[in-house]
Write a protein that binds this ligand. Structure first.
Ligand code: ZN
Length: 259
């Protein structure tokens, strides 16, 4: 099986369309989303509709949670963006009630944790699935955190949330995709946690969209993961963000820098 793994779209439609087209050109059996479809970006409604159409399922990210329920641990700019995003869904509900009902249903069913064969899928971490960050530097600086997190998985785990692609191996190491030549080979008996990076707001100083294709056996036995980066038209997204007063300009500017 080939499974497209996308995460942290954050309302960036141009990036999502670019990634989906690339996934289509490579060919997969299904696509899944690890959450944060919305928040920060200028096209939340269109992104949710496209994910609902194209993905087998999506997880609940902290920004999806913020828009649907309440923002937790958000700074002022992120909170304002969450409230603006919520307004967009409310406006759409007034405009096209039938489509909105379907959309709310999809959003209401976002799960916090999904087991897919040997892969546990969460947005944040196996310990705190919506909110906990697993930063690359944790592999070196936070051994207790890493041990506690790795104790909670049987084999492999897929996470998003930090917007930084790479692989944590055996609670001690973190490898960037470049250090793996873009391919991670799973080893039986060696636990690993993989992050596909962010489609719509990369934060590893590379502004290109990031995603992953997982290769497995028919029974979902883990084989390997391929990491991909893609250029997309960033400037139109930046311009849209700058034109929305409730989204701070930085949310656009950061896209150009990949931060
Ligand atoms: Zn995110």
């Amino acid at each position: 099986m080939r499974i497209g793994i996308i995460s942290d779209i954050h309302g960036n439609l141009e990036a999502l369309q670019t990634v989906l087209a690339d996934i289509d050109s490579k060919g997969v059996d299904k696509i899944i989303s690890l959450g944060d479809i919305i928040g920060y970006g200028p096209d939340p409604v269109a992104c949710v509709d496209l994910v609902a159409k194209r993905c087998e399922w999506s997880l609940m990210g902290n920004h999806d949670f913020a828009v649907l329920y309440e923002p937790t641990n958000f700074n002022k700019a992120a909170e304002e963006a969450a409230f603006w995003t919520r307004e967009q869904f409310e406006e759409e509900t007034k405009r096209d009630r039938e489509a909105a009902v379907k959309r709310w249903e999809f959003l209401g069913k976002l799960r916090v944790r999904v087991a897919m064969g040997p892969f546990l899928c969460v947005h944040g971490s196996p310990r705190r699935p919506i909110n906990e960050y697993m930063f690359p530097e944790d592999a070196e600086n936070s051994p207790q955190k890493m041990i506690s997190i790795f104790e909670r998985i049987q084999k492999f785990c897929l996470v998003g949330h930090t917007h930084v692609p790479g692989v944590f191996v055996g609670d001690r190491d973190f490898f960037k995709p470049g250090e793996l030549n873009g391919v991670f080979e799973f080893v039986e008996g060696q636990k690993a946690i993989l992050n596909p990076g962010s489609v719509g707001q990369p934060r590893d100083s590379d502004p290109r969209s990031s995603y992953m294709i997982l290769e497995t056996g028919d029974d979902l036995t883990a084989q390997r993961a391929h990491f991909y980066r893609l250029e997309y038209p960033i400037q139109p997204v930046v311009d849209k963000i700058h034109a929305i007063p409730k989204l701070t300009n930085w949310l656009g500017d950061r896209l150009l820098e990949g931060r």
